[in-house]
Write a protein that binds this ligand. Sequence first.
Ligand code: DP6
Length: 362
Amino acid sequence: MAAESGDKWILTVTAQTPTNIAVIKYWGKRHEELILPINDSISVTLDPDHLCTTTSVAVSPAFTHDRMWLNGKEVSLSGDRFQNCLRELRSRASDVEDEKKGIKISKKDWEKLRLHIVSFNNFPTAAGLASSAAGLACLVFSLANLMNVKEDHSKLSAIARQGSGSACRSLFGGFAKWIMGKEENGSDSIAVQLADEKHWDDLVIIIAVVSSRQKETSSTSGMRDTVETSMLLQHRAKEVVPKRVKQMEEAIEKRDFPSFARLACADSNQFHAVCLDTLPPIFYMNDTSHKIISCVEKWNRHEGTPQVAYTFDAGPNAVLISHNRKTAALLLQRLLFLFPPQSDTDLDSYVIGDKTILKDAG
Ligand code: DP6
């Protein structure tokens, strides 16, 4: 280890991973620790220039503990999820050699070496904008690079999955599917890419940030309660989602926006219906979210064919997908008209395709 330069070396890797938004939702686990889902899910990965996590990982013999800072604050790494990911990565690590710096790390050194991790989200954390997805995917991806783990993205996705289920889909751009798998050890519960980022590049995604506050019920505890108490969930996972996943794959392949929009909206609504069917009921959306749904539904009905799709994760923020820039501009106009800044129902900010418009926080 560090043959020529003593202990005064540090090796770093920085990576950026975008967040993903599910258009067919994952909600419910069949195995809590391995994070194995009860149904397949499909997501669209956002533009990496915007909603994304940037993570730098560093290793040095001078480090005495694994430590992590998230958005400038130190966070604990004692949780099982982080430790599971780290164990999986360490067991797959390879030799690393940097002749110029005189660094030589052997496979077994990784067991002893400690890591420092610095991570930033450029969007609200834990506000239903899939921050854990981007965060865990980025952590696994950057550590895999640092440790010279020679696995493809799908194999890495099975590791990221153990950090946070939805993270496995963020290792791919474009559209990704998380296959629930059948194996008890989770080896086949991986993400695959359905289509790359160029396949449907005229889609525009607008995120209307209804509230950037942290949600009251985390996805992890919310879905645990739903699995324990909702009867509707079994029907959704067994009867509805398998058919919907096939239809969604077809819609994406054919770039069939009306089918894509109908399926995405229906799935978001059913996900929130199973949340309501939970004991005690979980309310992720608020009045503003409901108003946004009504606005889109009215517009789509008026046009006769869907112009815009909406989907809401575990929070009140709306993810709105339109099939071209012209419709996106009209949509933004309507949102600003219906939710004027400084009113009771104004929105915190809009994130639009390649632009972010932030309201003055003052
Ligand atoms: C509503 O992946 O955050 O966003 O696996 O417990 O970490 P854990 O949950 P998480 O749940 C995401 C739920 C969702 C739907 C989705 O992304 O598919």
